[in-house]
Design a protein around this ligand. Structure first.
Ligand code: SAM
Ligand code: SF4
Length: 329
C-alpha cells in the first residue's frame, strides 16, 4: 500500500479495547466513560480486518489499547495473528502494555511467536507510580517484567517525560534499564483527549532531557530505526538503545509508515488528525472481503501529510479530542 505522498504503509496498530485497569493522568480522566460493549468488534472481526491488512502488505502489527491484556480472550487473537508470522506473511506481531498482566501472560505471548514487547513505565518510585496511574501497583508491574524477561521477551520501556514528575528520575531510569538489559524510549506528552487539568504544566521537551542526560551519559547517534518515529542513540556506558519520540519538537511525519485501527473498526490514517474511515460497515456488509479491502484502499488514498500538535498555555491542551486509549498511541 502506497499513500499519496509515496510512503509505504506496512505497519498497523490495533487498539483492541479502549478499557484499561489504570487511569494514567496524561491519558485518561478518572471518570472515563468507555464504549458500550456492543460497539466493539469481536475478536474474530478484528482478526478479519487485520488479516485483510496483511494480504494488502502490512508486515507488522502492534496490539495496544487501552490495555490489550485486559481484553477477555485476547490470546485467541494473538494466536490467530501469530499464524501470519509463522507463515512468513508478516514479520512481527507485538504489543504495548502497561505490564499489569504480564506475570499471567508472558509465557503464552512467547508461545504465540511474540519476541519483543513495549512496557510503559514512567517512574520507579512506587508512590509516584500509584499517583500517575491512579489505579496501578508498581510491584505487580515489576513481577510482570521479571516474568517477561524470564520468558525470553525483549523488553523496551516507554516513559512519558513529564515536567515536575519524572524529570529528576529519567537519569536513574536509563541506569536501571541498563542493569535490566532493557532498551528505553522517552515520549513527549501529546495533546490528546480531555484529561481534566492543564497539560502545558507537564510538557517537557525531549531536547532538554537529552541535553541533561548528556552530562552523565555518552549518547552516540545510531542509524537504528524501529520502524517507528523514534530517533535512537546508544548509551555507551550501558550498551542499550535509547529512543526519543518528539511529536512536539520534531515533526516525523515524512517517514510515517502506519495506520491505526480502533476496537470499533474505525481506521485513523494519522494519530494527529481527525479524519477516519469506518471499516466496520463494509466488514459486516458481506462475508467476503472485497468491500472491506476496497474501503482500506480508499482510506490509504487519503492518508494526510502530517499532524500539527501544539500545546499552548490557556488552552485545554486537547488538540485532538479523542483520547490516546482510542488509538493506542
Ligand atoms: N495501556 C498500554 C500502555 O500503557 O502501554 C497501551 C496503550 S497506551 C495509550 C500507549 C502509550 O501511549 C503508553 O506508552 C502511554 O504512556 C502513551 N500515552 C498515553 N497518553 C499519552 C499522551 N497524551 N501523550 C504521550 N503519550 C501518551
Ligand atoms: Fe491505560 Fe496505557 Fe492509558 Fe495508562 S497509558 S491509562 S495504562 S491505556
Amino acid at each position: 500500500m502506497i499513500d499519496p505522498f509515496g510512503r509505504h504503509v506496512s505497519y498497523l496498530r490495533v487498539s483492541v479495547t479502549d478499557r484499561c485497569d489504570f487511569r494514567c493522568h496524561y491519558c485518561m480522566s478518572e471518570d472515563m466513560s468507555f464504549l458500550p460493549k456492543s460497539d466493539v468488534l469481536s475478536l474474530e472481526e478484528l482478526d478479519r480486518i487485520c488479516s485483510a491488512f496483511v494480504r494488502k502488505g502490512v508486515r507488522k502489527i502492534r496490539l495496544t489499547g487501552g490495555e490489550p491484556l485486559v481484553r477477555r480472550g485476547i490470546m485467541n487473537l494473538i494466536e490467530g495473528l501469530g499464524r501470519h508470522v509463522k507463515a512468513g506473511d508478516m514479520d512481527e506481531l507485538t504489543l504495548t502494555t502497561n505490564g499489569s498482566q504480564l506475570a499471567r501472560y508472558a509465557d503464552q505471548l512467547v508461545e504465540n511467536g511474540i519476541k519483543r514487547i513495549n512496557v510503559s513505565l514512567d517512574t520507579l518510585d512506587g508512590e509516584k507510580f500509584a499517583r500517575i496511574t491512579r489505579w496501578g501497583k508498581l510491584d505487580k508491574v515489576m513481577v510482570g517484567l521479571r516474568a517477561a524477561k524470564a520468558a525470553g521477551l525483549d523488553i523496551k520501556i516507554n516513559a512519558v517525560a513529564l515536567r515536575g514528575f519524572n524529570d529528576g528520575e529519567l537519569d536513574g531510569m536509563v541506569a536501571w534499564c541498563g542493569e535490566q538489559g532493557f532498551d528505553m524510549t522517552m515520549i513527549e506528552t501529546m495533546p490528546m483527549g480531555d484529561i481534566g487539568g492543564e497539560r502545558v504544566d507537564h510538557y517537557l521537551p525531549l531536547s532538554e532531557v537529552r541535553e541533561r542526560l548528556s552530562e552523565n551519559w555518552t549518547l552516540n547517534d545510531i542509524p537504528y530505526r524501529s520502524g517507528g518515529p523514534a530517533r535512537f542513540v546508544e548509551v555507551e556506558e550501558t550498551g542499550r538503545k535509547l529512543g526519543f519520540i518528539t511529536p512536539m519538537t520534531h515533526n516525523f511525519c515524512e517517514s510515517c509508515n502506519r495506520v491505526r485501527l480502533t476496537c470499533t473498526g474505525t481506521l485513523y490514517m494519522c494519530l494527529g488528525q481527525d479524519d477516519a474511515t469506518d471499516l466496520r460497515t463494509p466488514l459486516r456488509a458481506s462475508e467476503g472481503n472485497e468491500l472491506l479491502e476496497n474501503a482500506i484502499d480508499e482510506a490509504i488514498g487519503r492518508k494526510p501529510k502530517g499532524h500539527d500538535f501544539v500545546i499552548e498555555r490557556g488552552e485545554s491542551g486537547a488538540a485532538i479530542s479523542r483520547h490516546m486509549s482510542v488509538t493506542g498511541g
